[in-house]
Design a protein around this ligand. Structure first.
Ligand SMILES: Nc1ncnc2c1ncn2[C@@H]1O[C@H](COP(=O)(O)OP(=O)(O)OP(=O)(O)O)[C@@H](O)[C@H]1O
Length: 322
């Protein structure tokens, strides 16, 4: 029987079915804000499937990834208003089993299953087998995780690493961070490396330069204006986003000794296409003083598979985890 899998971010709820071989089918996206509760969004997906599939059988098992810490039955989304009890949701949706994990733990679980078709390498470096693999991804927030080798196979790392303090590597970044500190107090990496972070960067740069900025600027506006080079502020914001992502990724790599590679997922970087390959990201990744050579040997990849969390969730719901 197929299992239900879902990846719930701060903006989007994505659902699918996984068959017994881990094949992902019937992918559908819903905006989180259209539903009062997670259970309502799940029910809407199942109702849609029941209406369109002639041989539809309601799944008995589900694995759901959420963009928040999962350390008890009570789950509260970090970047959305939903909160829910896992057990109550299981009963409401009539599942025999409901596993709920952090969304980047799900992405990490999928890393050993990714193929060359699912990733695009940025810069040089060669992965070392059976060494930690790190992943971070900018979307509504900044997710972080890793797969760690153990004597019994791979183990995913639970992490709230998106909330580390944002690093500044030069005077200009320090000036931008000082502006943001004035607004937020503590400036986490997520305040910069995320969709809202792109807007924060643009506002801070405009404030420093004393120039006006579109009050309704969205993250997508910022990237499109940077990519078509129609706005200096957006161009600098996107370059700074890529550079600071490089520093945060390298900090993670040296912290975990992730010689198996560093993977960049999330909804933003894969949309940047070839621009990201020539962005300041990789140069900044290697810019680590005495550890520059260590980092130059570590490969970095953009995850181009559009649903990497589903790869991990499918392995979980079908019991095929490694
Ligand atoms: N073309 C784009 N350029 C930059 N940012 C974008 C673009 N399109 C969407 N975004 C931003 O990406 C964010 C949504 O990211 P994503 O698609 O990963 O959603 P999510 O899974 O709900 O997020 P998360 O898992 O981080 O909570 C929003 O902040 C949105 O404004």
């Amino acid at each position: 029987m197929k299992g239900l899998i879902a990846d719930i971010g701060g903006t989007n709820a994505r659902f699918a079915l996984a068959d017994t071989n881990g094949k992902v089918q019937q992918v559908k996206h819903f905006p989180c804000r259209d539903f009062p509760r997670l259970a309502d969004a799940c029910e809407a997906y199942l109702t849609e499937l029941a209406a369109t599939e002639t041989d539809f059988v309601r799944p008995r098992a589900a694995a759901i990834a959420v963009a928040s810490p999962v350390d008890s039955d009570d789950v509260r989304m970090t970047n959305h208003v939903w909160s829910f009890s896992i057990e109550e949701t299981r009963r409401q949706l009539q599942f025999d089993t409901l596993q709920v994990i952090n969304d980047f733990v799900a992405v990490a679980l999928g890393l050993p299953h990714l193929t060359d078709d699912d990733v695009l390498q940025v810069g040089s470096g060669i992965p070392v087998a059976r060494q930690p693999m790190a992943v971070l991804g900018a979307g509504t927030g900044l997710g972080v995780s890793a797969m760690l080798p153990t004597g019994l196979g791979w183990a995913p790392l639970s992490s709230e690493g998106g909330h580390v303090t944002a690093p500044a590597v030069n005077e200009r970044e320090a000036a931008v961070l000082a502006v943001l500190r004035g607004h937020f107090g503590h400036v986490s990496a997520e305040r910069i490396i995320s969709g809202p972070g792109l807007v924060n960067l643009s506002r801070a740069i405009a404030e420093l330069d004393g120039v006006g900025i579109d009050p309704d600027l969205t993250p997508a506006d910022c990237t499109s204006r940077a990519l078509d080079q129609s706005c200096h502020v957006s161009t600098e914001a996107l370059n700074m986003f890529a550079a600071i992502l490089g520093t945060v990724a390298a900090n993670l790599a040296v912290t975990l000794c992730s010689r198996g590679g560093v993977y960049i997922a999330g909804g933003i970087v894969p949309r940047l296409g070839d621009w990201f390959l020539t962005s300041p990201f990789r140069q900044r990744f290697e810019d680590k003083g005495r550890f520059g050579g260590y980092l130059a040997a570590i490969p970095t990849y953009v995850v181009t598979n559009s649903h990497p969390a589903f790869v991990g969730l499918a392995s979980l719901v079908t019991g095929r985890g490694r």
